[in-house]
Design a protein around this ligand. Sequence first.
Ligand code: SAH
Ligand code: SF4
Length: 349
Amino acid sequence: MAQALLGMELADLREVLGADQPGFRARQLYDALYRGRAADVSSITTLPRELKERLAAAHSVGLPQAAARYDSNDGTRRYLLGLDDGRTVETVLMPEGERYTVCISSQVGCPVNCRFCLTALMGLERNLTAGEIVGQVLFVLRDNSLHADVNTLNIVMMGQGEPLLNLDEVLKATRILTDKDGVGFAERRITVSTSGILPKIEELGRAAVRPKLAISLNASTEEQRRELMPITKKYHLADLIAMCRRYPLRSWEKLTFEYVLLAGVNDTDADARRVAKMLANIDCKVNLIALNPGPGIPYGTPTAERVSSFQAIVRRSVPCFVRKPRGRDVYAACGQLKRMESAGLVKIG
Ligand code: SAH
Ligand code: SF4
């Protein structure tokens, strides 16, 4: 199988081109891949033909292939993208006025067994490479004629997978996505969300270039979280909160806590009071997400009144917002990514 160029940093490309090439060639190639979003080696106009032929003999660009696109009636687009080994991964584009958010996956499936999440039912198929993570962004930007230096774009690593269980590739992808000579995203425009893998949160905090951190809280007590997110048996809620208190935030950064509300399970006023108390002295905000239902998920969605009441209580202590569900009709919403076929299929590519 041809080796993918996407995911390579400048030093990697220099090595691929070989010592006989002048130094600026690697830069030209880097520029064509990440700024020019080239789809294949032969279309890179800055490189001499002979070099392109040599390169193409053993390498491909490695952009994912479009398998399907599902357009929601709220403007959200869910993409099913084909990878080199025939597996597929999901990526979602959410327009909101002039702003766009690209939700990308970090793994095919997920090994963390959260009870309310459809992706959990897949188990882990495999980690994505840095090139496959970056490739999702480039693919969606190309397909929608968006540019990081023209449009207001955010990336959230909240698709399939637990990003911190694939931290090396996630960090490499982040370096490529934030390189101002490359894709050109600002660090503050990328957010990574985790179910709470403690040693990896610590490692993330030490990285020189890193996304903002969001924590999926989803429960107000240790016991409740163990029930909903069994990973809590290994990484306790109390330790997670302690780690959040000492996490090295940058001057412009706040932690985000996400809280999926499950009707009658973790959405009572008493839960809200416990959450408010737990987060009181942390520089953070809370995003509430009413459960997005799915087949095989044994929970219900709370009413809008319940959500508002929960929000009002948490707000007494920290900023708290309600996330609008996006693309539920095409299974593009949080926790619904499971390679689902559904209405609204638009063939592309
Ligand atoms: N694995 C990471 C990132 C992907 S999940 C994590 O868990 O943080 C992204 C968000 O979707 C998480 O906050 C998760 O709690 C939420 N989520 C999962 N299933 C959901 C569902 N059925 N409805 C609403 N949100 C859900
Ligand atoms: Fe994995 Fe996140 Fe879903 Fe939990 S909520 S199963 S960590 S994708």
